[in-house]
Unconditional design. Structure first.
Length: 267
């Protein structure tokens, strides 16, 4: 197991030199923005990390990926903003705004603070922004307990649970998805890949990555609203919830008809 010390040489593995884009070997990309697009900006609800690697051995290039028997991990690229900006070029004149929003979410999902009061304040702001300020907040000891409570409630009344979930997402996220589906602009799909945090679906088997989807939905609403495709506020799904994550929120999900369950990130 790598302990994070640099530089570090990965143990040699067998490399597939066949035509497939994805095949055995240590995989990397020629450019940082490509690596971030493929891996996602927050694949498991935490900011991804970017490293520069080198090798003296054979490198197999297929599509936008490189693979080798080993790489030396030389340094971490701490400032990923230029790479996110490059990745966001398909968004045209909104690229700078989208870059700023993505970087703000990366900063929040790093959970730089652990402040219970700030989390509750953020969640109440989020509820108010979504028009459900009458909901109550219920803290759980950990994220697993919150998810178990939601699952038990959904098992008892699936229709009620779906209605509460729709209220929490404020429908705007669904409207934004519909707007995206209706928009025939495939040039922006590369940037969308990073938002989608594609690995998050697999990560849910171990830990439901609601945080990744909160960020994705908020960005989608921001963008489609700025484009005028939906009529909601650009910050509808950002207000409060992003600040709550920055204060150490682990998860916030409906756990009752008018109840938002939440838990703090473990310290």
């Amino acid at each position: 197991m790598w302990d994070g010390t640099l530089s570090y040489t990965l143990p040699p593995v067998v490399v597939d030199d066949g035509p497939d884009d994805c095949a055995p070997g240590w995989n990397a990309c020629a450019e940082g923005h490509t690596a971030l697009r493929i891996a996602g900006l927050w694949p498991d609800g935490r900011p991804s990390r970017l490293f520069r690697v080198e090798t003296d051995g054979l490198v197999v290039e297929r599509g936008d990926k490189l693979r080798a028997a080993t790489w030396c991990i030389v340094e971490e690229i701490l400032d990923v903003t230029p790479h996110v900006r490059r990745m966001s070029e398909p968004f045209g004149e909104l690229a700078d705004e989208i870059t700023a929003e993505q970087m703000a979410w990366r900063a929040a999902l790093a959970r730089p603070r652990h402040d219970e009061a700030a989390i509750e304040t953020g969640l109440r702001e989020a509820l108010a922004a979504r028009g459900i300020e009458s909901w109550t907040l219920r803290r759980f000891n950990d994220a697993w307990a919150a998810r178990d409570a939601r699952a038990a409630w959904a098992a008892r009344d699936a229709r009620d649970a779906r209605a509460a979930w729709a209220a929490w997402t404020a429908w705007a996220a669904w409207a934004a998805r519909a707007a995206w589906d209706a928009w025939d602009a495939r040039a922006a799909w590369d940037a969308w890949d990073a938002w989608a945090a594609r690995d998050a679906r697999d990560a849910r088997a171990a830990r439901d990555a609601w945080d990744a989807w909160d960020a994705r939905d908020a960005l989608l609403v921001f963008y489609t609203s700025r484009r005028g495709w939906i009529s909601s506020r650009t910050d509808l799904l950002t207000t409060g919830i992003r600040d709550a994550y920055a204060a150490g929120l682990a998860v916030a999900i409906p756990t009752g008809p008018t109840e938002l369950g939440w838990a703090m990130e473990a310290t």
